[in-house]
Ligand binder design. Structure first.
Ligand SMILES: Cc1cc2nc3c(=O)[nH]c(=O)nc-3n(C[C@H](O)[C@H](O)[C@H](O)COP(=O)(O)OP(=O)(O)OC[C@H]3O[C@@H](n4cnc5c(N)ncnc54)[C@H](O)[C@@H]3O)c2cc1C
Length: 495
């Protein structure tokens, strides 16, 4: 096709898209589309032909079908809080971004079934609020909940702070509605807890990062509202003590244990330095801090007694060195601010390589201690911040540039990543526990997955999206043209 034919084709597509979603919801000038031209972290940037904002599943389907006929790629766009470059378009101004932001309604609340059916563009916090209004609890919770969308959560199989009790997003989804690569619609929003009629198709789309279909609606599990919450911030001297405390808390508090979050001293120091409302409640510094939360939907259980007994036992055993129990919601929020502030502070402090990994819980102390020691020896000016969801074995093992020369730091990215990943994999862990693959970890996926696994993923992609139009180049290199110079190859990649 000549350049002029290609331009006419693109203009025709924009006109068709505008007729589907309405002219005001089809953006095509560079100034209008600029904010959709990179991922949320600004790691990857491209160029967008058009941004469409459909209001219904039918409009999503018609837009995707128009793009398929015109041969243009489609990039699904949620709240753009993903951390792996999944929303970045290609660089040839061919991609059509489908933003779900106008699909933000509750479709159905079924109290008897304890389910809620919502559109994909609903902000996670609004899903939680809709559940709370119905005296129910939707447990998915993460620091980006004020801006990420439930469709993005499903597309990335988001984890978050309550996985140890309620599971990942995958465990919370009972039904899905998805627009496929040719514009047809797969819909099963029945919200059944038991259904063995053939393959469980919804699971294909959960965690597929927009490469197999565009999620337009979901039926989600609800839980009884929480009536009691007890939160404590505890200090510990070693990671062995952290894991021993976790095992005891799990045994002692059982199903009431709903969060167990680790922050190291360096994380708290950075948070108090860079984030104004983070306060260290302790007079002395401590090597490790654990935020422990118990919660219950029952009022007849004495949650405070369970917590105090647990703390007393572990103080006596010498595992806990100090601690504070929240006396109010405000106290509890200030403890959570330390955990959130640890993340914010790293962003403010400068570049860092974020490794979102998991290992068996028993391997956490060995993994963190030995990997940190190796890195500190190799890069004495860098700062290691290893924190996260101990109860899921999910550690955010971040290497911050610290005082290291920025150019030297940039050169070492691959070596640092491989060192961390080798340490994880040799302990039976995963190099990507929560945030997914996107563009950022695509090569690592290829390096660290058995050929049979990669072949299966390509087979699935080819079966569902033979022309590779849905979020091409994310998760996997294009199976349709594996030797072609990739769209994303020359994108700028920074930390
Ligand atoms: C401060 C902060 C804290 C975070 N904490 C956590 C955490 O604790 N746990 C965790 O798992 N993640 C965490 N994240 C990462 C991020 O918030 C999650 O990955 C979130 O689920 C992404 O949702 P989103 O709507 O922003 O998706 P986006 O960033 O818009 O998209 C992410 C991917 O999903 C695709 N996508 C988006 N919507 C759809 C759709 N409707 N259908 C198909 N594909 C779609 C996109 O193409 C892209 O590939 C955090 C991020 C930040 C900034």
């Amino acid at each position: 096709m000549s350049a002029s034919q290609r331009l006419a084709n693109a203009d025709g597509l924009i006109t068709e898209l505008a007729s589907i979603v309405g002219a005001g919801n089809c953006l095509s000038s560079q100034s209008e589309t600029a904010s959709y031209a990179s991922d949320g972290r600004g790691l990857f940037a491209g160029s967008v032909l058009a941004v469409v904002k459909p209001a219904t599943t039918e409009e999503v389907a018609a837009a995707v079908s128009a793009c398929a006929r015109a041969g243009h790629p489609v990039v699904p766009h949620g709240g753009n809080t993903g951390l792996c470059g999944g929303t970045a378009p290609g660089r040839h101004r061919r991609d059509v971004v489908v933003s779900l932001e106008r699909m933000n309604r509750v479709r159905k609340l079924d109290i008897a079934n304890d389910t809620i059916t919502v559109e994909a563009g609903m902000i996670l916090r609004n899903v939680q609020a809709a559940a709370a209004e119905a005296d129910r609890y939707f447990p998915l919770s993460l620091n980006a909940e004020g801006s990420c969308q439930i469709g993005g959560n499903i597309a990335t199989n988001a984890g978050g702070n309550a996985v140890l009790r309620y599971g990942n997003t995958r465990e919370l989804v009972l039904g899905l509605e998805v627009v496929l690569a040719d514009g047809s619609v797969f819909s099963d929003l029945r919200g059944l807890r038991k259904n063995n009629s053939g393959y469980d198709l919804k699971q294909l789309f959960i965690g597929s990062e927009g490469t197999l279909g565009i999620v337009t609606a979901a039926t989600l599990r609800l839980f009884p509202a929480r009536r009691q919450i007890e939160t404590a911030l505890l200090t510990l001297a070693s990671l062995d003590d952290v894991v021993a405390l976790y095992l005891d808390a799990r045994q002692h508090a059982q199903e009431f244990l709903s969060a167990f979050e680790l922050t190291p001293r360096i994380g708290l120091t950075m948070a108090t330095q860079h984030v104004p409302d983070v306060v260290d409640p302790f007079a002395e510094p401590h090597p490790y801090y654990v935020l422990l939360e118990l919660s219950s939907s029952q009022t007849r259980v004495g949650l405070k007694d369970i917590l105090l007994e647990l703390l007393e036992r572990n103080l006596d055993a010498g595992r806990i060195t100090d601690g504070v129990v929240a006396g109010s919601l405000r106290d509890a929020q200030s403890f959570w601010r330390i955990r959130e502030g640890c993340v914010e502070a790293q962003r403010i402090a400068g570049p860092s390589y974020k490794h979102d990994v998991s290992v068996p819980i028993s391997a956490i102390p060995g993994f963190i201690n030995s990997t940190r020691a190796t890195l500190e020896l190799a890069y004495p000016s860098a700062t290691i911040v290893a924190f996260g969801h101990v109860g899921d074995g999910n550690i955010h093992f971040n290497v911050c540039a610290g005082d290291m020369d920025r150019e030297d730091f940039a050169v070492e990215q691959h070596a640092i990543e491989e060192l961390v990943f080798d340490a994880v994999l040799s302990r039976g862990g995963s190099f990507s526990a929560e945030h997914g693959i996107g563009l950022l970890k695509r090569d690592a996926l290829l390096r660290h997955t058995a050929p049979a696994g990669i072949a299966l993923m390509h087979a699935l992609k080819t079966a569902l999206d033979p022309a590779c139009r849905l979020n091409p180049g994310k998760v996997l290199r294009s199976p349709a043209a594996p030797n072609r110079k990739q769209d994303h190859a020359s994108w700028s990649e920074r930390t």
